[in-house]
Design a protein around this ligand. Structure first.
Ligand code: KG4
Ligand code: ZN
Length: 336
């Protein structure tokens, strides 16, 4: 069985082929760089860039996998959550392909895709706990079985990735040309900084729940930066980045370990763009190992948005679940 996955929920146009056993045959990702000048993703630009890229990206995914159309068993496409205009490009294209090639169409929840990203490189069977940390979500999910999820906690305001992106903007370290993903830039600056230089708040760590809050942390960085002169700010960027990263990592690690203890589970996976962060990966690995458990992290390319994870869910659903009709709709606010 070979599934073509298509992902266009935000600012990456991606297509991939995944085969039985979650074997990834190709995973083509085209990131949009046109947003950099605006300091954030512009929805209309994103839709236009998807429409330009979708045909070459899908063609390349088939070519790299060495597949012909008749060898494809189904087409899986992200139906939400995400930017509605971007989702519609992927869904319309997938529908047209499914109709013309006579293939089943499977609409996929993007967040479920992130959960499946770990299964592409690791043989894992539920139950396990997943820390989902992306630009729009921060969730602790108990994976009881593939397709059966229980939300243990989530952010009450900003997502972890959103906090990284906003702080990168406050520090003015986003490149003029290139991705608007601030997380990677913060991590780069933090490498030469002191994580104990500034004591930023760790919200809700003593609370008796698994929820998060990151908007206070972002405001604390803003308040710290405001009175600084430009020259002092420039000198302090590595320390601010490292101290901010340490604060966010501490909270994510503490709450995740609390959830592992609560559920009695010892297998943890992380997923989503922020899961590419080395400090978070190392911090979680140490804490989980100390608990006698094991951490599974996707390689960085599978942490950020990609179509291989969408094809992986499609593969599972084609075997077990319902197939969508041609009335499949985009759902920008879809939850797990
Ligand atoms: O999963 P993703 O590609 O898109 C969403 O579904 O949101 O996640 C994007 C987020 C962005 O906020 C970006 O800043 C963050 O992931 N990110 C990182 C790193 N790489 C990407 N955050 C921290 N450290 C990184 N190395
Ligand atoms: Zn994502």
């Amino acid at each position: 069985m070979s599934i073509l996955g298509i992902e266009t929920s935000c600012d990456e146009t991606s297509a991939a082929i995944v085969e039985a056993g979650f074997k990834m045959r190709s995973n083509v990702i085209k990131s949009q760089l046109d947003h950099a000048a605006y300091g954030g993703i512009v929805p209309e630009l994103a839709s236009r860039a998807h429409i330009k890229a979708i045909v070459p990206v899908v063609r390349q995914a088939l070519e790299e996998a060495g597949k012909e159309w008749h060898e494809i068993s189904g087409i899986a496409v992200t139906k939400g959550p995400g930017l509605v205009g971007s989702l519609i490009v992927g869904i319309s294209f997938a529908k047209a392909l499914a109709l013309s090639m006579g293939k089943p169409l499977i609409g996929i929840n993007h967040m479920e895709g992130h959960i499946f990203s770990t299964l592409i490189e690791n043989e894992l069977t539920p139950p396990f706990l997943t820390l989902l940390v992306s630009g729009g979500h921060t969730e602790l999910v108990l994976v009881e079985a593939l397709g059966v999820y229980k939300m243990l906690g989530r952010t009450r305001d900003d997502a972890a990735g959103e906090a990284f992106d906003k702080v990168a903007k406050i520090l003015d370290i986003l490149p003029n040309q290139g991705s608007v993903m601030g997380g990677k830039r913060i991590a780069e600056e933090a490498e030469s900084g002191n994580p104990r230089a500034i004591s930023f708040p760790r919200a809700m760590i003593k609370d008796d729940n698994f929820d998060f809050s990151f908007s206070g942390l972002k405001t604390a960085v803003l308040n710290y930066v405001k009175p600084l002169e430009l020259r002092t700010l420039k000198q302090q960027i590595p320390d601010i980045a490292a101290s901010f990263q340490a604060a966010i990592t501490d909270v994510l690690v503490l709450k995740t370990i609390k959830a592992l203890k609560y559920t009695g589970l010892r297998t943890l996976t992380i997923a989503g763009g922020v899961a590419a962060n080395n400090e978070l990966r190392t911090g979680l690995a140490h804490a989980v190992t100390a608990l006698g458990g094991q951490l599974y992290c996707p390689s960085p390319l599978l942490c950020t948005d990609n179509a291989a994870m969408i094809a992986a869910v499609g593969l599972h659903q084609l075997k077990s679940g319902p197939i969508n009709g041609y009335d499949l709709d985009a759902d920008p606010r879809l939850s797990l």
